[in-house]
Design a protein. Structure first.
Length: 463
């Protein structure tokens, strides 16, 4: 197709979208939004065939790269064998998938548990909320500032950003939000090397008096059923906390009979170099919520793992939650193949080595752009670049937005080849590039990513 034809095609699509599509189900970061036509590996391609190296991989959903042949084949086989089945019936892939996840958790945590499926991450969060309410009788939750758990009504209630709730009335059961240990921007102005985890001390102070409103020392009871955490904050900007914070937090929660729910929707399945990101923190969660990368973005599937004493059938019987597509056969078939692939290679080693290589490159990039890059960090292949003004501290959302938009212009050049760069902007001040490249990313692609980032910072800082 000629360039003029593809340009016309893009214009036609944008005109139709503007007239007929609700904007409520997408996020229009650009005006006009970008149109892509194909994908493969670590790349997206526009209508003109320009490759865009993707450093966010669909918010960490496509960890094995786009159009992964083996996972696509698993989906095709299931299409020809058992493409549809109501979830009140069983099929082999569901049972085997649940068993693999539960067995892994038992091996890693020494705790027996069960697995429960749904479709999207928000729906799995909703299921976990029902599970917590059922077992504790409590309907209030703790969650972190900067946390993101989804946009359904229940998930919005434990997501800290008010803009996700603003249009939908009063949220009487909104979580009580607690400061996250965001050491680069410590809310108390302290330094990690000398703070002695002061922020966790402040959480414990909420329980020091009944007049702080969360604990009755006479009854030894709280209104709060669970604390929802992300081991690494996703939308909050891939903030990586000190391990000691969570060791102390879990011990304190156990003492006060408050469950810990671990949201692994963005960070599960080796994104951080561990099967679950929570493994880095040295604690055992009571409930794990997962999704996204489980099916590499093919046929959505999400779920929860919970301790046996919270989810056994006598306590949480059939029909406690339900979705028509909850354990859909296409999703479970791909998910089972995903787990098989994760078991065949040492992804802990692969991800940690590639992540260390990428992080070293980001630190060198920071030295080239002092001030503009205030902070870089990473755990496995969950990496962050905090964009700042020249003082290296003040958030620079405008520069981050320019770099994001310029990357999607598709007019960067390396070796005589035109390229684009797909980034994701997150963080408390929308000034952080959250990087989640494919787990299969090569060193050559990493070097290319670093070169493209360098070009973008050079180009956009001059504006």
């Amino acid at each position: 197709m000629a360039v003029s034809d593809t340009t016309n095609r893009t214009a036609e699509l944008l005109a139709l979208e503007k007239k007929y599509c609700s904007f409520g189900d997408t996020v229009h970061y650009l005006d006009p939004p970008k149109v892509f036509a194909s994908c493969e590996g670590s790349y997206l391609y526009d209508e003109q065939g320009t490759p865009y190296l993707d450093l966010q991989m669909w918010y960490s959903a496509a960890s094995f790269g786009y159009k992964n042949r083996r996972l696509n084949e698993a989906l095709k086989r299931q299409l020809d064998r058992l493409p549809q089945l109501a979830c009140q019936y069983l099929h082999a892939e569901k049972v085997e998938l649940a068993a693999r996840i539960a067995q892994y958790c038992e091996k890693r945590f020494g705790v027996k548990g069960r697995v429960h499926f749904n479709v999207g991450g928000s729906q799995a969060i909703e299921d976990s909320l029902k599970l917590v309410r059922n077992v504790t009788g409590k309907n209030l939750m703790f969650a972190f500032m900067g946390g993101y758990h989804g946009r359904t009504l229940g998930a919005s209630a434990i997501t800290s950003s008010y803009r996700y709730r603003r249009r939908y009335g009063h949220f009487g059961e909104r979580a009580q939000f607690v400061f996250y240990p965001y050491c680069f921007r410590c809310i108390y102005g302290l330094k990690r090397e000398s703070c002695e985890i002061y922020c966790e001390d402040q959480f414990e102070r909420l329980f020091a008096s009944e007049y702080h409103g969360v604990w009755d020392p006479k009854a030894e009871a709280s209104e709060y059923g669970a604390f929802y955490i992300e081991p690494i904050q996703g939308t909050g900007g891939y903030v990586i906390p000190p391990k000691e914070y969570f060791v102390r937090l879990k011990k304190f929660l156990d003492k006060h009979k408050i469950l810990l729910v671990d949201d692994e929707i963005q960070m599960g399945f080796y994104r951080t170099g561990k099967f679950w990101a929570v493994e880095h923190l040295g604690i055992v969660p009571d409930i794990i919520v997962f999704g996204k990368a489980l099916t590499n973005g093919l046929n959505p599937l999400s779920g929860i793992w919970a301790r046996e004493e919270l989810i056994h059938p006598e306590l949480f019987p059939p029909g406690s939650t339900h979705s028509t597509f909850s354990s859909n056969t296409l999703g479970t078939a791909v998910a089972l193949e995903t787990l098989k692939m994760l078991e065949e290679k040492d992804y802990e080693k692969i991800v940690n080595e590639m992540g260390a290589y990428f992080l070293a490159g980001l630190r060198e990039l920071k030295s080239r752009h002092p001030g503009a890059i205030g902070h870089v960090d990473g755990l496995g292949l969950a990496l962050r670049i905090e964009v700042c003004k020249e003082d290296g501290i003040t958030p620079d959302r405008e520069l981050a937005d320019r770099i994001f938009a310029e990357g999607l212009e598709g007019n960067l050049e390396v070796g005589g080849r035109k390229l684009g760069l797909v980034l994701d902007v997150g963080g408390y001040y929308k000034n952080v590039f959250t990087l989640s490249p494919a787990l299969t990313m090569t060193r050559e692609e990493t070097d290319l990513a670093l070169e493209l980032l360098n070009q973008l910072f050079r180009r956009c800082r001059k504006v």
